[in-house]
Design a protein. Sequence first.
Lengths: 291, 291, 291, 291
Amino acid sequence: MKVGFIGLGRMGQAMAARVQGGGHELVVYNRTRAKCADLEKAGAKVAASMAEACKGREAVISMVTDDKALLDVVTEGVVPGLPKGAIHVAMGTHSVAVLREIGALHDKAGQVLVAAPVLGRPEAAAAGQVGVVAGGPKDAVAKLAPVFALIGRRTFDAGVKPEGASAVKLANNMVLGCAIEAMAEGFSLIRKYGVEPATFFDVMTDGLFAAPAYKVYGNIIAKELYHQAGFTTALGLKDANLMLAAALAANVPLPSLNVYRDRLIDAVAHGEAELDWSVIARVQARAAGID
Amino acid sequence: MKVGFIGLGRMGQAMAARVQGGGHELVVYNRTRAKCADLEKAGAKVAASMAEACKGREAVISMVTDDKALLDVVTEGVVPGLPKGAIHVAMGTHSVAVLREIGALHDKAGQVLVAAPVLGRPEAAAAGQVGVVAGGPKDAVAKLAPVFALIGRRTFDAGVKPEGASAVKLANNMVLGCAIEAMAEGFSLIRKYGVEPATFFDVMTDGLFAAPAYKVYGNIIAKELYHQAGFTTALGLKDANLMLAAALAANVPLPSLNVYRDRLIDAVAHGEAELDWSVIARVQARAAGID
Amino acid sequence: MKVGFIGLGRMGQAMAARVQGGGHELVVYNRTRAKCADLEKAGAKVAASMAEACKGREAVISMVTDDKALLDVVTEGVVPGLPKGAIHVAMGTHSVAVLREIGALHDKAGQVLVAAPVLGRPEAAAAGQVGVVAGGPKDAVAKLAPVFALIGRRTFDAGVKPEGASAVKLANNMVLGCAIEAMAEGFSLIRKYGVEPATFFDVMTDGLFAAPAYKVYGNIIAKELYHQAGFTTALGLKDANLMLAAALAANVPLPSLNVYRDRLIDAVAHGEAELDWSVIARVQARAAGID
Amino acid sequence: MKVGFIGLGRMGQAMAARVQGGGHELVVYNRTRAKCADLEKAGAKVAASMAEACKGREAVISMVTDDKALLDVVTEGVVPGLPKGAIHVAMGTHSVAVLREIGALHDKAGQVLVAAPVLGRPEAAAAGQVGVVAGGPKDAVAKLAPVFALIGRRTFDAGVKPEGASAVKLANNMVLGCAIEAMAEGFSLIRKYGVEPATFFDVMTDGLFAAPAYKVYGNIIAKELYHQAGFTTALGLKDANLMLAAALAANVPLPSLNVYRDRLIDAVAHGEAELDWSVIARVQARAAGID
């Protein structure tokens, strides 16, 4: 397939390399050209502009950091450059609102929008082991199956609306945020009763919660490793705001989200924006008068 | 070891059978004598009173449903019957307050209290596969190790205070309640965006949340199987109240607990007390105007 | 009317003096006899026991600090001492549960229970200016009207169940707690924007909130006068727990109560139990990283 | 003073009429010209464009419904039309973010921004009885004093930053929203105990809460008059979102706001967007299983 790829951050590079490795004819673009080097070496063509990366492509994938960047990609690149009938696959984590907005722009330009945010880290992407949550017209999603199969280990069907895929990704992240807050509350309770955090970690991860979410974040909390940020408080809050906006647009009250979002805000107010977002366990400990 | 066992509900019978099977000299007591039948057949002696079940024992295990029953066991049975220096092992889920109260009574009577609530269902107990969370004097807990090894697959050290074990069990259950509420919020969000619940279930349990808590309760929620109650809303609320009391006694604010506890109350107010406690997902759906 | 009065704290003394001043034949009792002195001088008879304070009375008023004390009054004094058909007027702030419990005891003894908690401070009581919230059988409440008219400026009809009066008093206090928390949040927000607290106080109390709740507590918060405790955090938390229990007994979720109750717990966890309960504004400021 | 006035909704007309009545030389503009009629009759000049309404003015007042409209006013009218050194007085309720944004635009154009949202309804504005919360450079606010004195009964000093005035107005509205939610919770509690809503209304408004907020909204709730919307749920939610944004920009967690905002969302999800926002009391009643 003739594929364009815009946005070569760590995640984007890993994903584009998978597509390239799968034998597709790839054109890439990144504002900082240096990040195209490895892909160029591997055989990808480097476009001079976003529009050029879209020209003649059957599909163009965008993997950019936020809604503003996505809007730029669409107005500067995809709308003017991508052929009618071709597909724009937005694989970043975006707001429901922006997906609806660019969906309307693509509609007008005769192009198709598929949203396909991924679940997993750059290392997983490099190994083709992320999860892909795909939302959009059935035939477009079907056509992209071989590309998704290179990038991810599994594709989840989020229905025919692109924003549905965004809702799934955000809801999944929300469940994670709530799990971290719940652990935070649990750890603060048992600490007040003189129990070692390691014991509570073992109890959780040995039984009901023997899953990455609890193993990774339970360990950070138990050992207070907040300075090794995998995902920062600032990013967590940005994400939480996307969830809140998605919930508002669909009229869904989310009390647990509010709780952990407030903890993130408290953390930011205490200068902990760049620590790992599980530092909300420290916020909870503070509230309980620990330390 | 000479062991007494008081309280032969489903869980108690399964646990007592393990102890008996391990070659210990067992005396059992239950208010409804009929429930002693299987154990008697297996060789256990049946006591005529709680005090008799404690007489001459090195340790007596209690497995009763609530704090009131535990207080009865202690005042009618353990304090008058158990020898000085012997151990009372409270294995039910009890409040921090009652453990402190009976701890004082045992102290006065020269007896030792260990709290050792278990994690898991009767089937797991019958197979010796539950988790045991033990809190109490180190030597007493050490002495009980062979008994715990029969009942459970693993013993977790909750420190030297009996109520610490209760705090761990309650905190673990709280993390579970929060996980259910978080899923409830997530499911309601994605449903509003037209996504199939099964997709969200798959996304969660395939990745970050590949653990029993999410597989069991996510499945009930996705399929709305609330009438097959494994653990009822009423029991969930009773449990949540124990957590709230433990938190109050230790001055710990628990905002996430408050959220899911309010959902349980809402469910009870809607006649859903005897449904599975994950029916809070229906409460959340109602709040979002779904159905 | 022949009236007994049990419980002569500051509030009780002020109320009993009003009854005595109204020409009723009064017998008083207090565990610390010294507190009866002023009333004795004014003409009241002092009883040697709670039961004696109830003997031959048409009504006995209790004004004690908590549920435990009320249960003692009822079992030691009212049930054995008060004539059949006579009325026990519980004027303290009590739980719904204890009122139901003593209601059953009085029923069995052929006595009548009216709950009539008061709204206002000792100074208001001394001037007969409190509010009286009365719940109980209509004829009993009617019979007490002249007594209530001496104690209070106005009697509010809480229906035929004693616990209804308790619910009203607790709900009113809850609205107050929520108002304090709301102000706390408002003050923290405007402080972050560099606005003087006095300005926000003026805006609130000049307009929509020109009422004692906001004037008294807004002033304490704006000037941070938490050390002049009118009502302590510890008492606020005790009260909040009564509300929570009343809500649980009636299956009512109360999310705002949970929020301000958690703030009270946070305050207690920070050694602020004996400060004015509006110190939750400091808790809120801490959460926002102020100071 | 030479004053321009842009935005003649009900509130704007009332305010502009006060300014005109005070003898100032007034030029007005409104997109729908018909709304200028009364003011023109009273002697005001009607401008053909926003820029014209700013030309040669010492101050131009804007009173528009939302941030988008304000941005239009600034870019189309104030920046191109208003003389250097002159003042733009934004008197609508706006987000902190947009005030910062237009502040920067005015700065660049050598103009001065004052934010001065008003507290009160159109009738109060017509009588010059609203409150004015003014934020901006001291000398600019001082210069506007005579104008504010015509519009309002009192001017509150919100400091030297325009967004401070917005924060005060939003915080005041937030305290109101929280008061309504608190009443909602109180009413649901006492109803469950068989108490008449009117009693609870009397208790609140007779004592601690003898203020407009409680009298107006307590009455609507007690009598369930939600169809006579003074301020709709939809507007309440729009307002709540402004508060949330102001809090986020300043890193302030606001748990009580989250509670009542979620109630508003629940109401909207139940088709109650156009009812009075105190319909959150019905949402709370629903959650408690009432009706």
